[in-house]
Write a protein that binds this ligand. Structure first.
Ligand SMILES: [Cu+2]
Length: 338
């Protein structure tokens, strides 16, 4: 009984503080753009807190004092209280807001969101879908052209230009450790340049409400040393590994012959559709379904048969006709695609 009463109060407290542990934060920057924004944000927070505190102190002072002199209450037309209005209403806000305005302009100027004119192709083309991220690495040589989903790798210390676009509604790219937000708009590509200066796995999310699955549209950016990045890119550019065992072989056949291939691509097989994410190396991703699920065997099976319960409204139907051995074979096969 006692325990139940405790948990009744504990639960809201746990929920309220849950967001504080880990997760994306603007206050742990991993690059120059986000560091500038974090500085600006901290500074603005301090200045506005001071202004807020002063305002509340004045209100408390006025209510404690209750009434002033006749001179102080003279009508404004005869000059009463004019000093308060000039100082409190114009001078102080100007002194507070003008430096913030200048600092904001400088932060924006340091990190143009659009490329300087004449700048060439972006490095990555990122397309927003309800509710996942299609990722294309652009390059001249085909062995560096990569299609993947929901997870981007970048080399530490190198600026990466990302072109943002949407194929349905407006989404917004936001990886707080790397930069501010920028919208993905149908028919109107935007560009953002990110630079990570330390290794890490940085979480991002769609920051513009885009429908029922909006909260389940997460993105991961992995910043790693150049050689690790090159190895990852080469791996992603390669076609899918051929099935290594009996179960994977069966799994591939089921994948190609059932509905899966009408929406997905696995390079090197006959599945070549692009309604859903490219699954050529799905086994190597850290999450599933736009990082809403851990990439484990159990979740893979759950997603295939219950996508609509996990992400209601998703473009992926429940494929509940896959059961038992067949389901296991498909999961074994997809898990092996690293
Ligand atoms: Cu969204």
């Amino acid at each position: 009984m006692m325990q139940r009463r405790m948990s009744k109060w504990l639960t809201p407290a746990v929920i309220a503080t849950a967001g504080c542990s880990g997760g994306p934060s603007v206050f742990s920057p991993a690059g120059p753009a986000s560091r500038d924004l974090a500085h600006l944000g901290t500074w603005v927070l301090v200045v506005l807190s001071a202004a807020g505190t002063a305002t509340i102190a004045l209100i408390l002072w006025a209510s404690a004092r209750q009434r002033g002199s006749f001179a102080e209450h003279a009508p404004a037309s005869t000059g009463g209280g004019l000093l308060w209005i000039l100082v409190g209403g114009f001078l102080v806000p100007a002194l507070v807001l003008f430096p913030i305005f200048i600092a904001t302009l400088r932060a924006v100027d340091h990190f143009p969101l659009h490329p300087p004119s004449g700048h060439g192709r972006a490095d990555i083309h990122l397309i927003g879908h309800q509710w996942w991220w299609e990722v294309h690495y652009l390059a001249d040589s085909p062995d560096r052209q990569v299609t993947t989903a929901d997870e981007i790798h970048v080399p530490i210390g190198w600026p990466v230009e990302i072109e943002l676009e949407s194929r349905d509604v407006i989404h917004s790219f936001w990886v707080p450790a790397l930069h501010g937000k920028l919208d993905l708009i149908p028919g109107h590509p935007n560009r953002i340049r990110v630079l990570a200066d330390r290794a890490g796995r940085f979480e991002g999310e769609c920051a513009e409400y885009c429908g029922a699955g909006h909260a389940r549209m997460l993105l991961v950016v992995v910043a790693e040393p150049l050689d690790a990045y090159e190895a990852w890119l080469a791996g992603q550019a390669a076609p899918a590994l051929p099935p290594a065992d009996r179960a994977s072989e069966t799994g591939q056949a089921i994948f190609e012959n059932r509905a899966c291939g009408t929406c997905h691509t696995i390079r090197g097989t006959s599945a070549m559709s692009s309604v859903g994410p490219d699954l050529t190396h799905v086994g190597g991703r850290s999450g599933l379904a736009a990082n809403t699920l851990p990439n484990s065997r159990a979740w893979l099976e759950a997603w295939i048969t219950h996508a609509q319960s996990i992400k209601p409204g998703s473009q992926m139907p429940d494929l509940a006709q896959l059961r038992g051995d067949e389901l296991q074979a498909v999961a074994t096969y997809l898990g092996s695609l690293r």
